[in-house]
Design a protein around this ligand. Sequence first.
Ligand code: ZN
Length: 401
Amino acid sequence: MRELDWIKKAINDLALTAERDGEYWRASYTREDAAGAALLEKWLQEKSFQTRYDAAGNLYGRLEGSSKETFLIGSHRDTVRNGGKYDGALGILTGMEAVYSLLQEKGRPQRTVEIVAMCEEEASRFLTGYVGSRAIVGELSQKNLEELDDNGVSLMEALAESGYYRGVLPQKRDDIVGFLELHIEQGGLLEKEGREVGIVTSVVGILAGEIVFYGRQNHAGTTPMRLRCDPVPVAATLIQQLDCWAREKKDQITCTFGNVVVEPGKSNIIADRVTLTFDIRSGKGELLQEAEAKIREILEKDKTIKAEIRVACQDPPAAMDEEGISLLETLAEERNLSYLKMSSGAGHDSQIIAPKIKTNMIFVPSQGGISHSPLEYTDMDDVGQGYTLMKAYIEAVAWQR
Ligand SMILES: [Zn+2]
């Protein structure tokens, strides 16, 4: 397919603009970001789109339809450090090509169609992330703009320096009636199940933070067991019990304790404190609430030490649009594409947009389930299946309505 040849070349050409000391890294509002955006803008213009940037640096390509109602398609253009070529970029490039090819085949659309290359989804520079999608739904606050990067530069300064921000916060887009994001799966489920595409039902919610257990530092040899106030076994019990609880829920919830710090961290000293991070994700909001209650219940059982929970992030799951899911299923069946309805374990711009605008996502398989790595790879045949479904969906919602 001619369209796939273009997408394949574009993926590689775009990645080259983010090459930095031999690795791919497009942090937002940097030289690499400007180079990537300029190339995307050139391609959009060549493909008949009118281009512009908003105050958050999102790049849009607009194709005017008979109606002002706008259908938005796209993904993010930033990458993690030492990331891959497909994450984010694929959703922008496939969208751009699908709309261009529909324009050639069918003429102007009924609905106006816009392609968007969003900024700062990955927290590639500012910890909060999702800057571009927050801007679209009018949720980028003054406080967000004051957030600092590792070098003490604020988001506002970075945006102003890039020429995007001129003192006015981005306005909420009221004209958008639907959003579609094609993305690599970033997991190995499609490959394992032998399905060609994923139809996303929800993006998981997340409960994350840290728990600090306070003990009493003392000598490992002279302090009898009954006189100790040791936070390590208490932390270990919590980890073990929550892990067991999550396993009982089958594939409905994940629970990760990614960082456990014991202080002072010496083999012959009873610890003074233990800090552990928790990252709990589920497509079901009630399970996340249950997890939090479970943590509190386990902590309350132990009366020997004091523990403090610091919740850093509590985002409910974001449901994709039901009507859109049904339409994607029908279109996949008509084209003999094998699909899997699935929840997304990774975060996406779609989860920010979904509560405000009807949103749907298509996944294509990630080889070996690998992502956020230079080894990230999706076979062009697999890209092709996702592209076919995407193009059919865009035709249905923007051309045929
Ligand atoms: Zn992504």
